[in-house]
Design a protein. Structure first.
Length: 382
């Protein structure tokens, strides 16, 4: 005959860590804030990979990566409650979180690098050195515009004409010099007239050739000014944030190295701290409600109790019946040190019980003073 021994409803509270509601809410707020910050970093960084619709697709990918990481952390906390039973699930959660965190870390590092690059570009354009070089480029451009009329001319043709005119001028100058000193009307004046005529024809050609030479020189000057300005854009002058400069002076490092390390650590802390706070929040939230078992007054040690061979034990919380012989065997194994692990997996492998039966036995061992249920639902024999 089966005799059901129902334990009275006298709950006792096992020792547990408690946290006030406002502290838990504050922790939740900080964790959510860091997660939102990481999500924004992902969205902005991934959206830079495309344009239009493709940019939106990349932004959605970045959003899903961070949301998936939050879900993974929640599942990790749930599976961790019974680590041995859910070892495979816990391992998958850790590996998935690690991969997603690497992606988020890279996105955060890229985003912070982009922000710093824009800051340095703005600071560069506001500097006096940049203004002087920019003014030099503009001056060179204005000079080039003023000489643009000499850009497209036939250099060879003009030089040939110039050479011909210079030869003619030389000839008439020689003829003039050979004239008798008093022969103005018949020799000197005609020679001077021809000399002046060829000289007037040569002057425009010389102006065009000199203008073209000045145009080519203006092009080279502008190129030099543009190159000097581009050298500033590639970091030829110091545009680092004063924080990086001062830290570099203190640590005797270059400001660029300090900047890279600072961005790296910031990205790492944002990603890791968000995950850690979310994990702690989930754990503390699970422990906010005290864990209770139903027991009865401990009038005697278990060894003094006598059960009929077919007697059963029932706990109201589970409403699960177990054979007393099985429970006595578990107790005997615990007392003889043959059973050292009270996890669900161990009890199932050794006694072939259902999960509800194992839960009932674990609770009864706590009630009988044979074990202690710790925070992570780990059963420790005493």
């Amino acid at each position: 005959m089966n005799i059901a021994a129902t334990l009275p409803n006298s709950p006792i509270q096992l020792p547990t860590f408690t946290i006030s509601k406002w502290r838990l809410r504050f922790l939740t707020l900080v964790a959510v804030g860091l997660v939102v910050m990481g999500i924004l970093c992902n969205i902005i960084f991934y959206s830079e990979f495309g344009q239009g619709f493709s940019s939106l697709v990349y932004a959605i990918i970045g959003l899903l990566f961070d949301l998936s990481k939050v879900i993974i952390i929640g599942l990790f906390v749930i599976f961790l409650a019974d680590f041995e039973k859910n070892l495979a699930e816990v391992t998958i959660c850790i590996m998935t979180w690690f991969v997603l965190s690497l992606l988020s870390f890279g996105a955060a590092y890229g985003f912070l690098s982009q922000v710093n690059e824009k800051y340095e570009a703005t600071r560069l354009k506001e500097s006096n050195i940049y203004a002087r070089h920019e003014a030099a480029v503009q001056t060179a451009q204005n000079k080039l515009d003023s000489l643009s009329q000499y850009a497209a001319i036939e250099i060879q043709a003009l030089e040939s004409q110039k050479k011909t005119l210079e030869n003619s001028i030389g000839q008439w100058e020689t003829k003039k010099a050979a004239c008798p000193k008093n022969w103005f009307s018949k020799c000197i004046n005609p020679a001077q007239s021809q000399f002046d005529s060829f000289q007037n024809k040569l002057s425009p050609l010389t102006t065009q050739l000199n203008g073209h030479t000045a145009y080519l020189s203006a092009i080279q000057h502008k190129e030099s000014a543009v190159n000097a300005l581009s050298q500033l854009d590639t970091g030829a002058i110091n545009t680092y944030h004063p924080l990086f400069v001062n830290l570099g002076n203190v640590t005797h490092q270059e400001a660029g190295s300090v900047k890279g390390l600072f961005i790296l650590l910031t990205s790492f802390v944002v990603e890791l701290l968000a995950s850690v706070l979310f994990y702690l929040k989930a754990r503390l939230q699970n422990q906010a409600q005290p864990y209770r078992v139903y027991t009865q007054p401990q009038t005697s040690a278990y060894e003094q109790r006598q059960y009929a061979p077919s007697q059963t034990i029932e706990l109201p919380a589970q409403k699960t019946m177990i054979d007393t012989d099985v429970y006595q065997q578990v107790v005997s194994d615990v007392q003889s040190k043959q059973l050292k692990n009270g996890s669900f997996r161990t009890l199932n492998a050794k006694y072939k019980l259902t999960q509800n039966q194992i839960t009932t036995i674990r609770n009864q061992l706590v009630v009988d003073g044979l074990a202690i249920l710790e925070r992570r639902q780990e059963l420790v024999f005493v």
